[in-house]
Write a protein that binds this ligand. Structure first.
Ligand code: SF4
Length: 395
C-alpha cells in the first residue's frame, strides 16, 4: 500500500471519531454521517489551526447542514444531461467522465454529494458504455476525468482508462479534475507523473480555496505535475468564512501562480443541499474581482462564473467597466475608476462606427479604398455624438 492510500485509510470518518475529535453530539454526528459521510485525512486534518477556521469549515461536518434542504439533489442537472452512466455531456465538444466515487477528502460544500462516497454511486460497471459513447461521439474533443477524484484510482487503473481514451482518435485533450494536489499531495508521486506524461496532452484542474492549503507538500505536488508537462489550473469556490475576503483571495491566487498553478475559475457557490450556509452575495464575488483585476497580474485573475442552476453551464460575470457605448466610441473606467474613451472602428459589424482619415483610407477621405482596390471616393466624416454628462457617469 502506498503512503497516500494509508493516509486515506487513516482518515477521520466514524461517528465516534467525530464525537471525540470535534465534540459533536453523538446523535447529530450520526445524522451527519447519514447525510454525507466524513473523510478527513491526516494531512488535511493537520492543516486545521483552530475550530471553525477556513480549513475546518471545509471538512468538519456541521449541524447546520442538517437544517438546510433548500436546494435540489442535483442542482446542475448533471444527471439529466447524462446520456449513459458515468458521462455528462453538457457542452458541444467536451464531456465529463465520472470514474470513481471516492475522494481524498469529503468536502462539506460538495455539489456532487449524491455521487460521492459510496462505491456503488459511481459504478465501474458503467465504464464500458461510457467508452462506447465517447467513441461514437466524434464531436467530443476534450474529456474531463472526474468523480469523485480520478487520482483516487490506482496508477494501473488510471492508466487503463487513459490508454483506452488515447485509442479514440477524436479525443485530443484529457483533463484531470482532482483536488488531490491540494488535499492529499502525497498522491502525486514520481511513478504517477511518469505514467501520466505518456498520455499527453493532459491538463489538470485542481481545487485550492485558501492560502493555508499551499504548503511545502502541496507546492511540491503541483510543481511535479507541471514538471511532467501538465498545465495546472485552479478552480476555487467563494465560501463564507473560508475565502469571501478580497485579501484572502488575492493571497491565494498570487501563491498559486508561484507554485505554477494558474487560477482558472472562481465560482459562486452552487445551490447545494446542506451547503447553503457557505453561500455569499454576488456583490461579494464582484468585489473580489475588483480587488484582483488591475491590482495583480492578469495571470492571477480567474474567470468569475456562476454555474447556472438547471444545467445552464458556466456564465461569466464582470464588474461594470463599461460606462457608455455607442457606434463610435465606448467609455470605460479602469481599475482605479479613471475614465477613458476608445474609438469604436467601422467594420462589417459596425458600419456606422468611427472611420479614420489616415493614409490607409486616403488623405481626407480622397482615394479611399472601397475594398476592391479601385480607390473609389468615400465620405469619411465621423458622426458627432452626444457624450454622456460626466456627472451622470457613476464611478
Ligand atoms: S474533492 Fe470534489 S468531488 Fe470530492 S468531495 Fe471534494 S468537492 Fe466533492
Amino acid at each position: 500500500m502506498e503512503l497516500w492510500q494509508q493516509m486515506v485509510r487513516d482518515s477521520v470518518h466514524t461517528v465516534d471519531q467525530l464525537v471525540e475529535k470535534f465534540g459533536i453530539d453523538k446523535k447529530v454526528a450520526e445524522d451527519l454521517d447519514e447525510f454525507f459521510q466524513a473523510r478527513i485525512n491526516p494531512y488535511y486534518f493537520n492543516l486545521i489551526r483552530y475550530p471553525g477556521d477556513p480549513i475546518w469549515r471545509q471538512c468538519v461536518p456541521d449541524k447546520t447542514e442538517l437544517e438546510d434542504f433548500d436546494a435540489a439533489e442535483d442542482p446542475l442537472m448533471e444527471d439529466a444531461m447524462s446520456p449513459v452512466p458515468n458521462i455528462t455531456h453538457r457542452y458541444p465538444d467536451r464531456a465529463l467522465f465520472l470514474v470513481t466515487s471516492q475522494c481524498g477528502l469529503y468536502c462539506r460544500f460538495c455539489t456532487r454529494k449524491r455521487k460521492v462516497g459510496d462505491y456503488e454511486k459511481i459504478s465501474m460497471r458503467g465504464l464500458e458504455s461510457a467508452f462506447n459513447y465517447l467513441e461514437q461521439h466524434t464531436e467530443i474533443r476534450d474529456v474531463i476525468l472526474s468523480g469523485g477524484d480520478p487520482l483516487m484510482l490506482t496508477d494501473a487503473m488510471l492508466e487503463k482508462i487513459l490508454q483506452r481514451l488515447r485509442e479514440i482518435p477524436h479525443i485530443e485533450i484529457i483533463r484531470l479534475g482532482s483536488r488531490m494536489p491540494c488535499v492529499l499531495p502525497h498522491r502525486i508521486t514520481p511513478k504517477l507523473v511518469n505514467m501520466l506524461k505518456k498520455y499527453h496532452p493532459i491538463y489538470c484542474n485542481t481545487h485550492f480555496n485558501h492560502p493555508w492549503e499551499i504548503t511545502p507538500e502541496s507546492s511540491k505536488a503541483c510543481q511535479m505535475m507541471a514538471d511532467a508537462g501538465i498545465p495546472m489550473g485552479n478552480q476555487t469556490v467563494i465560501m463564507k468564512g473560508v475565502n469571501d475576503d478580497p485579501a484572502v483571495m488575492k493571497e491565494l491566487v498570487q501563491k498559486l501562480l508561484k507554485i505554477r498553478v494558474r487560477p482558472y475559475y472562481m465560482y459562486m457557490a452552487d445551490e447545494t443541499k446542506g451547503a447553503n450556509h457557505f453561500r455569499t452575495s454576488i456583490e461579494t464575488g464582484l468585489s473580489i474581482v475588483e480587488a484582483l483585476r488591475g491590482h495583480t497580474s492578469g495571470l492571477a485573475v480567474p474567470h468569475f462564473v456562476i454555474d447556472a442552476p438547471g444545467g445552464g453551464g458556466k456564465i461569466p460575470l464582470l464588474p461594470n467597466y463599461v460606462l457608455h457605448k455607442d457606434e463610435e466610441r465606448i467609455i470605460l473606467r479602469n481599475f482605479q475608476h479613471k475614465i477613458y474613451t476608445y474609438k469604436n472602428y467601422a467594420d462589417a459589424n459596425n458600419p456606422n462606427g468611427f472611420k479614420s482619415k489616415n493614409k490607409l483610407n486616403g488623405k481626407n477621405g480622397k482615394n479611399a479604398s472601397n475594398g476592391n482596390g479601385k480607390g473609389k471616393k468615400e465620405e469619411l466624416k465621423p458622426k458627432k455624438i452626444k457624450l454622456p454628462v460626466m456627472e451622470e457617469v457613476n464611478n
